[in-house]
Design a protein around this ligand. Structure first.
Ligand SMILES: [Fe+2]
Length: 214
């Protein structure tokens, strides 16, 4: 049904020269300045095959286990759409290697793991689209700069996968996955500054807002 109006418009454009052609151009989708979609990244091989006994927001404590090794780090942010609106009801999952650099995954058989680390967490955003995890500062492992994997599933949307990186890590310059995002402005969306928490000595916090690609 839309072919005929388009054909008429195109004919009018051709007949009308430059001015007519301008009328025939479809408008670009509205996007507020500064809202660049968070780049997607590959899932990698270490999404849990079997979920840990607990999957809550605090990856450092599990009932019956000693506290995890590593630097306490709060990672928080909001899930937004391209228009900047918060997306409530979104499932946010993270997974990362433990402080010894090992994933809790049968595919990572490089040695004993930190049994006190949950390795995976899952929350659902509330009205304001916010999420929060208590985890460890990510560490490097062979071939990768420190990172945290994210899987984000908004209501009615496909699962969105990305990775969060830490500002100032020397390995960021060489990391093939981070640098697979060629656009520097987009790449910067994946890099988060971790800063001290005033009320909690030795703890860090970082803000990682995720703008879904739509
Ligand atoms: Fe990884």
């Amino acid at each position: 049904m839309s072919a005929r109006p388009f054909a008429v418009t195109r004919r009018a454009a051709l007949a009308g020269g430059i001015a007519g052609l301008a009328l025939a151009v479809l408008p670009l989708p509205a996007r507020p300045a500064g809202l660049i979609p968070t780049p997607a990244q590959s899932e990698g091989p270490f999404y849990p095959v079997e979920l840990p006994p607990e999957t809550d927001w605090d990856l450092l404590r599990m009932v019956g286990a000693r506290p995890a090794l590593g630097t306490v780090t709060y990672v928080e942010g909001r899930i937004l759409d391209l228009a900047g609106r918060p997306v409530p009801g979104t499932r946010v999952e993270i997974w990362q290697c433990d402080a010894t650099g090992r994933y809790h995954h049968p595919g990572d058989a490089r040695g004993p793991v930190d049994e006190g680390f949950q390795g995976f967490g899952r929350v659902v955003t509330a009205e304001e689209g916010a999420y929060r995890f208590r985890t460890i500062r990510p560490v490097a492992y062979p071939g990768r700069t420190p990172h945290i994997h994210f899987a984000v599933t908004a209501p009615g949307a496909r699962r969105f996968i990305t990775q969060m990186y830490v500002e100032g890590e020397p390995g960021n310059e060489r990391d093939f996955l981070l640098n697979s995002v060629r656009d520097a402005q987009a790449r910067a969306k994946l890099i988060v500054a971790l800063t001290p928490v005033a009320a909690e000595p030795d703890a860090l916090r970082g803000r990682f807002d995720i703008v879904l690609p739509g």
